[in-house]
Design a protein around this ligand. Structure first.
Ligand code: ITT
Ligand code: NA
Length: 212
């Protein structure tokens, strides 16, 4: 059984529509390490979630990257949503940046089942190495090996606009893609173009071959 690891019900709705075969949400709040990129955060989360669950896991880390803000809020998107709120992020962009206020949504899926496949290049962050070394030290041996993780990334470009629509979740009302905000799409329409949909498509293809 594949566990899709997230505390966010909005993500679950989209992922379950996309993934085939037995999959269930694992509502597990893994440690989000600090990093400028989503890859190491998702990889670290997948290793931790796999150790917790003992079953194959898929972790989903996403963020909104606003070009004119050097990618902010990016990996801090959840923090910015909780502190500022989505509408304030829009107002900030509106005040500080010229139209068209370009941005990208990114999603990185990290898969870990503890086992044998060729890991993605360099999905290992420093925290994982330190943790592995600490586990080794506890056992009085050197452990630097970390669990292999496979990463699947998806990106969609768009612009930050005044909120429209009441579907989706998070930043969806202020992210417009080709004239429509993500909150104006149903999850099938969003999946067809979104960062998450693109990452899920890549994962699905790889996973189907792996489990054949
Ligand atoms: P988990 O970590 O438990 O999966 P989360 O909501 O914290 O849940 P992220 O850290 O990946 O997930 O999300 C970062 C922020 O980006 C958070 O505020 C989300 O609401 C938002 N977000 C992620 N994907 C989104 C999407 O497809 N549409 C709109 N907002 C999204
Ligand atoms: Na999170």
């Amino acid at each position: 059984m594949l566990r899709y690891v997230t505390t966010n019900p909005g993500k679950v709705r989209e992922a379950l529509q996309y993934l085939e075969g037995p999959v269930e949400q694992l509502d597990y709040d893994y440690t989000e390490v600090q990093a400028a990129e989503l890859g190491p955060i998702a990889a670290h989360g997948a290793r931790e979630a796999y150790r917790h669950a003992g079953e194959p896991v898929l972790v989903d880390d996403a963020g909104l990257f606003i070009d004119g803000f050097g990618g902010f809020p990016g990996p801090y998107s959840s923090y910015a949503e909780d502190t500022l709120g989505v509408e304030a992020v829009h107002r900030l962009a509106d005040r500080e940046l010229d139209d068209p206020r370009r941005a990208a949504f990114r999603c990185v899926l990290a898969y870990c089942d503890g086992g044998g496949f060729e890991a993605s290049p360099d999905p290992v962050d420093r925290d994982d190495r330190t943790a592995a070394a600490a586990r080794g030290a506890k056992r009085g041996e050197e452990e630097t090996e970390t669990l292999p993780v496979k990463l699947f990334a998806g990106t969609v470009r768009g612009r930050i606009v005044p909120p429209r629509g009441d579907g989706g979740f998070g930043y969806d009302p202020v992210f417009e893609h080709e004239g429509t905000t993500f909150a104006e799409m149903d999850s099938e329409e969003k999946n067809a173009v979104s960062h998450r949909g693109r990452a899920l498509a890549k994962f699905g293809e790889w996973f189907a071959e792996r489990t054949e």
